[in-house]
Design a protein around this ligand. Structure first.
Ligand SMILES: [Fe+2]
Ligand SMILES: [Fe+2]
Length: 371
């Protein structure tokens, strides 16, 4: 059933000359008749403006590299090629209320510090030597690593390698912050932060999962994770371990959430992130849920079916799943696992009681592929 059907209990007032005249009078006093828009503003089910889409890394990478020669990172604020959703080209959302882009930093490059209301996360595609200073803590990150820059935390980035570029993916909640009219931005008053002399401070203190500081810890009262970076090797091993001990999820294969080690909750109040592993040849069942997801292929090749259309992917490719779109994933490789990194706005959906999920039960749990 579509939300525009003529149904008892929904707005179904036919237009006529008297009503049209009435609507014009209302317009003149900055008012309107709810029944003319009620079915659009309260649809039967979510009607995202953004659509499923996939970006090939082989298409984006040369353009990101081209940007390196075109603009200085600090002049640009950050040198980022942002992804634009083909269904909604205005605004900043790649899907729903989340933003993503690919940032490149040349050898030896560094940028000044700033902070903003939007929360950010990073997933490193390639290059060694990347660092970021978050809240005065220097983190070093390499390919496959995940890091956070929480709302309101000063941050500055750089690449200390002599000869390789770093390309990492940024994920932010900018569209959400703007929809809530809550955006603030500040350049660091001294341009650079005072940096804690111990690199990877947060990882040393909070990076051992089930062990936490005891007796010497000043209490952590912030709503974001005290752990700022999550290494690829750790999540890779953890996924293999969980696959030995569990059948996994029928809709996601083996999937782990990057979590706040103190609470077990999401890393930040507005954004969460996952890494999932699909066994060789594994095909998941379809489900749909509220919340928007951006996927990045960390390793392997396969395809996902999103809203009935097949999207083939390989390492580095990025694709998005809008709210309430059916989706399922297939690892095409008969010998190697596939890994999908993803980030989402699920914490917002859950905290507002907007979370809904449905698993496909018809057709053995798989969508019909339309093209
Ligand atoms: Fe920033
Ligand atoms: Fe999902």
């Amino acid at each position: 059933m579509t939300y525009s059907d003529d149904v008892i209990g929904r707005a179904r007032v036919a237009s006529d000359a008297t009503l049209d005249e009435f609507y014009e009078v209302l317009k003149g006093v900055n008012a309107g008749a709810l029944w003319t828009v009620a079915n659009d503003i309260e649809p039967w089910f979510p009607q995202p403006k953004t659509v499923p889409a996939l970006w090939k890394y082989r298409d984006l990478r040369p353009l990101v590299e081209q940007a390196l020669g075109l603009v200085k990172a600090d002049d640009a604020g950050r040198r980022v090629i942002m992804l634009v959703n083909p269904g909604k080209q205005d605004g900043s959302a790649v899907v729903g209320n989340v933003y993503t882009g690919l940032q490149i930093m040349g050898p030896g490059e560094s940028m000044t510090a700033h902070r903003h209301m939007a929360a950010a996360l990073r997933f490193v595609h390639e290059g060694k030597g990347a660092w970021t200073v978050v809240d005065g803590q220097k983190l070093t990150v390499g390919p496959g690593d995940f890091a956070i820059t929480p709302s309101g935390a000063f941050h500055e980035h750089g690449n200390e390698s002599d000869d390789t570029n770093v390309i990492w993916q940024d994920g932010l909640d900018i569209p959400l912050v703007n929809a809530m009219d809550a955006g603030f931005y500040q350049v660091h008053p001294k341009l650079y932060q005072d940096v804690d002399p111990v690199p990877n401070h947060s990882y040393l203190k909070y990076g051992v999962g089930q062990l936490r500081p005891y007796g010497f810890e000043d209490s952590w009262s912030k709503r974001y994770s005290p752990l700022f970076a999550y290494p690829w090797e750790q999540v890779y091993d953890a996924l293999h371990n969980v696959a030995k001990a569990s059948p996994g999820s029928e809709c996601d294969g083996y999937i782990l959430e990057y979590s706040n080690p103190l609470t077990g909750g999401s890393v930040m109040p507005t954004l969460s992130a996952h890494m999932q592993m699909l066994l060789p040849g594994q095909a998941t069942k379809a489900h749909r849920h509220t919340g928007s997801v951006v996927y990045t292929v960390a390793q392997g090749s396969g395809y996902s079916v999103i809203a009935g259309k097949r999207y083939d992917w390989t390492k580095g490719d990025i694709f998005c799943v809008p709210s309430w779109a059916w989706h399922e994933h297939v690892n095409l490789d008969p010998n190697e696992e596939a890994f999908l990194f993803s980030f989402n706005d699920f914490p917002v959906m859950r905290s507002l009681d907007f979370w809904r999920e449905e698993i496909m039960r018809d057709n053995d749990g798989h969508q019909e592929i339309s093209e």
